[in-house]
Design a protein around this ligand. Structure first.
Ligand code: IPM
Ligand code: MN
Length: 357
């Protein structure tokens, strides 16, 4: 039995979550596993009513589930930062979801803004460290509002946090290499800025080189400065297979990744705690999209992709692969992956993928 905590959240979150659950239920019927959902109403609407974001009692409760499925968090009437910190970041930290896994995969018939690039060229994974760096919030401000105002926000990393992220990335690279010669021909790439961030960058680089040479000598290693990696994502995305990086750089480059794979309608991610008993959280990358809310026009494909990732992490490999195949067939029929231009409604896209199973 897979017990799943579902947080539909704000805006279009509930609409896309509904379609993802439709697909999960179809997969359950076909592959004969059991799955049970418990819904939670955390999000902007609840915050505006009660002042509560994600209370500690909720964190304790979420720890009892096998996984969390999240729709979207974000409300036009709530000041930026409150829900992000209070719900999303709090869950990541409290559940120690130290990997942010972002597949950047262009599927057939999905439009990319990159000229002359196709599904063969855009098929990699970003492993973003998800609990450290600038996101730890260490720093402060003084003389706020005065011309002499000072603000600091520090990039904080310790060797263990770096090592556990690298470990995950190297293991993932090994798995992908075993799957396909195309992946095996490519290196694992560390992305940082060690020409300027001489302390944090040096820590990441040495840890990467040491672990790679010692434990994964068969894997080719590469290193890119983050600014250069941005260029290569656009110019030569085919160079990448597994790219591993620290938190903020990962945040930035994965939005670029989302665009080259066809936009927020198709980009999914996992906040992963890979440790035994760890509770991971899967989500579509697109936000709450208030302007599309309630119109049945938002693309649920990213949420369905997140469900596919969740199935894999639950050990339902066959079901996960079948969902991906069905997603591909549905995308071939769709006119576009952009909200309102799909040629289908939100519910119809969910139906296509569910029936395709
Ligand atoms: C993401 C988001 C979050 C982040 C925000 C909403 C706090 O941009 O998941 O990439 O910065 O990590
Ligand atoms: Mn982001």
């Amino acid at each position: 039995m897979h017990s799943i905590a579902v947080i539909p959240g704000d805006g279009t979150g509930p609409e896309v979550v509904r379609e993802a659950i439709k697909v999960l239920d179809a997969a359950k019927a076909k592959f004969g596993f059991k799955i049970e959902y418990t819904h939670f109403d955390f999000g902007g609407a609840r915050y505006l009513k009660t002042g509560e974001t994600l209370p500690d009692s909720a964190v304790a409760e979420l720890k009892k589930f096998k996984a969390i499925f999240l729709g979207a968090i974000g409300h036009p009437d709530v000041k930026p930062g409150i829900l992000e910190q209070g719900i999303l970041l709090k869950a990541r930290f409290a559940l120690d979801q130290y990997i942010n896994l972002r597949p950047v995969k262009l599927y057939p018939n999905v439009e990319t803004p990159l000229k002359d690039k196709g599904p063969d060229d855009i098929d990699f994974v970003v492993v973003r460290e998800n609990t450290g760096g600038i996101y730890t919030g260490i720093g402060g401000a003084t003389r706020v509002g005065a011309p002499e105002e000072i603000a600091t926000q520090m990039m904080v990393y310790d060797r263990k946090t770096v090592d556990r992220c690298l470990r995950y990335a190297f293991e993932l690279k090994r798995k992908r290499n075993a799957k396909s010669a195309k992946y095996a021909a490519k290196p694992i790439t560390l992305i940082h800025k060690r020409n300027v961030l001489t302390h944090c960058g040096d820590l990441w680089y040495r840890a990467f080189e040491e672990m790679g040479a010692r434990d994964y000598p068969e894997l080719k290693r590469d290193y890119n400065h983050v600014d250069a990696a941005n260029m290569w994502f656009v110019k030569n995305p085919e160079w990448f297979d597994v790219a591993v990086t620290e938190n903020l750089f990962g945040d930035i480059i994965t939005d670029l990744g989302a665009m080259i794979q066809g936009g927020l309608g198709v980009a999914s991610g996992g906040n992963i705690n890979p440790d035994p008993g760890g509770v991971s959280m899967f989500e579509p990358m697109g936000g709450s999209a208030p302007k599309y809310t309630g119109q049945n026009v938002i693309n649920p494909m990213a949420a369905i992709g997140a469900a596919m990732m969740m199935l894999q992490s639950l050990g339902e490999e066959k079901a996960s692969e079948a969902v991906e195949k069905s997603m591909i067939e549905a995308m071939k029929k769709m006119k576009s992956q952009a909200a309102g231009r799909m040629g289908y409604s939100t519910t119809e896209v969910g139906d296509l993928v569910a029936k395709g199973l």
